[in-house]
Each structure stands twice: as structure tokens, then as C-alpha cells.
Design a protein around this ligand. Structure first.
Ligand SMILES: *[C@@H]1O[C@H](CO)[C@@H](O)[C@H](O)[C@H]1NC(C)=O
Ligand SMILES: *[C@@H]1O[C@H](CO)[C@@H](O)[C@H](O)[C@H]1NC(C)=O
Ligand SMILES: *[C@@H]1O[C@H](CO)[C@@H](O)[C@H](O)[C@H]1NC(C)=O
Length: 188
């Protein structure tokens, strides 16, 4: 067969089976057998959320009109910060960086119980999980020890579910800088 003919055949095949051509954006649904076993992985790292200095990892991007955001009240209801926080193996900011948490948090309590909504992708950049990430979407009360939900993941953590126990090992109430110890339990 000539190359042109082969190409023409492939084109016919493709157009006949391509869902886009049928005007559909979904396949037929199939029953799948989920694996009888799932893996459980523990992760231990530290998250550095730094608002101070000239290269902060958390920046204020929005606040309700008229609200004053200052040292005494960094998180008025409605304030939104975008974050790119380093994840390190130890509490020391100079310890080995093994990933980053990129996303945002918003101040979501109208009361005196300061609460954040944390939405971030924690990607690992070294070791066996290099390039894989866990997705956190959770309420985050501003207390020393708390738990956030892991709702998904990418790469080796595809379809992940789990939780992270967070413990603030450093928190500066004046400028908001925090270092959080993270113990994650991931089922994937
Ligand atoms: C913000 O508040 C000021 C003062 O109350 C008002 O003049 C202004 O129109 C408001 N801006 C928006 C975008 O609502
Ligand atoms: C992580 O993966 C990236 C992309 O594949 C690669 O460039 C980098 O060298 C890897 N880093 C480590 C520490 O393995
Ligand atoms: C907290 O931040 C303030 C203002 O940046 C600074 O003066 C102070 O030394 C910090 N405290 C600690 C314990 O790091």
C-alpha cells in the first residue's frame, strides 16, 4: 500500500472512532475492578509559610473593600493569600528542600475562631515521589495542632486520599510567619 493510502485508512479509522466526531465528550461507562489492595505511605516534612521579608512565600492578593490588613490583623474575614511554600526535611529553613505547596488560603470565619480554607497542591521534587503531588482541600483552624484532608493526587499519588496532621513548631504572631511540621498518611 502506498503511504497515502495507509494515511487515508488511518484517517477513516480515527474519524470513525473519535468521540469528538460523534459530538460527544464522554465514553460509555464501564464497570471496573478496583485493586483489592491499596498502598499506604507516610510522609514527614516541614512547611514554611513566610509572610515577612522581601521574598515572602505567602502574599495577600485580595481582601474585602475597606478592610485593613496589618500586623495586628493579618487575616480579616475575606482575606486571600496565594502561597508557594517550601517543603523541607527539617524545621530549619536551610534544610533540604523536597517540594513545594502551591495554592492559596482564605480567611473564612466571621467569628473569633480564625479559620482558613486551605487549597494547595503539595508537589515533591526529590526522591521516589519526585514529580508526584497530593492535593489538599480543607478547613484549617488556626490552632497549633490540626488536621487537613488530602483529596487527591498526581503521579504516584494518583487517586490519593488521606490526611495531614499539622503541628506549628514556629509561629510569629506579629508577622504571621509559620513553620508547620507535617505528618501525612496517604492511601493511594
Ligand atoms: C470601596 O469602599 C469605598 C469607601 O466606602 C467606596 O467609595 C468604593 O466605591 C468601594 N469600592 C468598591 C469596588 O466597592
Ligand atoms: C526530579 O524530576 C525532574 C523532572 O523529571 C528532574 O529534572 C530532576 O532532576 C529530578 N530531581 C531529583 C532530585 O531527582
Ligand atoms: C516576629 O516578627 C517580628 C516582626 O517581624 C520580629 O521583630 C520578631 O523578632 C519576631 N519574633 C520571633 C520570635 O522570631
Amino acid at each position: 500500500m502506498s503511504k497515502v493510502l495507509v494515511f487515508a485508512c488511518l484517517l477513516v479509522l480515527f474519524t470513525a472512532t473519535s468521540p469528538a466526531v460523534r459530538g460527544k465528550y464522554y465514553s460509555d461507562s464501564h464497570i471496573v475492578n478496583v485493586p483489592a489492595t491499596i498502598k499506604k505511605t507516610h510522609l514527614h516534612f516541614f512547611m514554611h509559610d513566610i509572610l515577612s521579608g522581601n521574598n515572602p512565600s505567602a502574599v495577600l492578593v485580595a481582601k474585602p473593600n475597606g478592610t485593613v490588613v496589618q500586623e495586628v490583623n493579618l487575616l480579616p474575614f475575606g482575606a486571600v493569600y496565594v502561597i508557594d511554600d517550601w517543603l523541607t526535611v527539617g524545621p530549619d529553613p536551610k534544610s533540604k528542600i523536597i517540594g513545594n505547596a502551591r495554592g492559596m488560603y482564605a480567611s473564612t470565619s466571621r467569628g473569633s475562631d480564625l479559620t482558613l480554607l486551605l487549597s494547595a497542591d503539595f508537589e515533591f521534587t526529590s526522591g521516589g515521589f519526585n514529580g508526584s503531588s497530593i492535593g489538599v482541600f480543607s478547613r484549617d483552624p488556626l490552632v497549633v495542632a490540626k488536621e487537613v484532608a488530602v483529596v487527591g493526587g498526581r503521579g504516584k499519588f494518583r487517586m490519593a486520599k488521606g490526611f495531614i496532621l499539622l503541628n506549628a513548631v514556629y509561629f510569629n504572631t506579629t508577622n504571621g510567619d509559620a513553620i508547620l511540621e507535617c505528618h501525612a498518611t496517604i492511601f493511594h
